[in-house]
Ligand binder design. Structure first.
Ligand SMILES: [Zn+2]
Length: 120
């Protein structure tokens, strides 16, 4: 061995044990649809007994804010679309009434039946 070689911790070139470990996650994917608010601990937990994950309060509120913003936007869109459809239906009903009156006038004027379906 030369003096230029630095020996890493662990001595013989092997890595020491990793001091950090990840806790095993429960199998499956949970969307944390139900949340338990622990006022005493000031924490949020997933209320699903199979999950029970501790939730980051900021991420939870951010997710709720995004969900509400999307719901508001969809509500505005659907309301505007419903208003537009109602206006079109109103115009079509007026046009239908106008055409029915016109057919009636033509029937009375001709003194007989008027074929409105284009059939012979
Ligand atoms: Zn969960």
């Amino acid at each position: 061995m030369t003096d230029n070689v630095i020996t890493l911790p662990g001595g013989n070139g092997e890595l020491p044990d990793n001091p950090l470990r990840l806790a095993a996650r429960p199998a499956g994917f949970c969307q944390h649809d139900q949340v338990m608010v622990d006022e005493h601990e000031r924490t949020l937990y997933c209320a699903n007994p199979k999950c029970g994950a501790a939730l980051d309060p900021f991420n939870f509120i951010r997710g709720q804010a995004k969900t509400l913003a999307m719901a508001w936007e969809r509500y505005r869109f659907v309301t505007a679309e419903a208003r537009d459809v109602a206006e079109r239906v109103s115009v079509l009903k007026k046009e239908e009434a106008r055409l029915r009156a016109q057919v009636k006038r033509l029937q009375e004027k001709s003194g007989g039946l008027v074929n409105t379906r284009g059939q012979v």
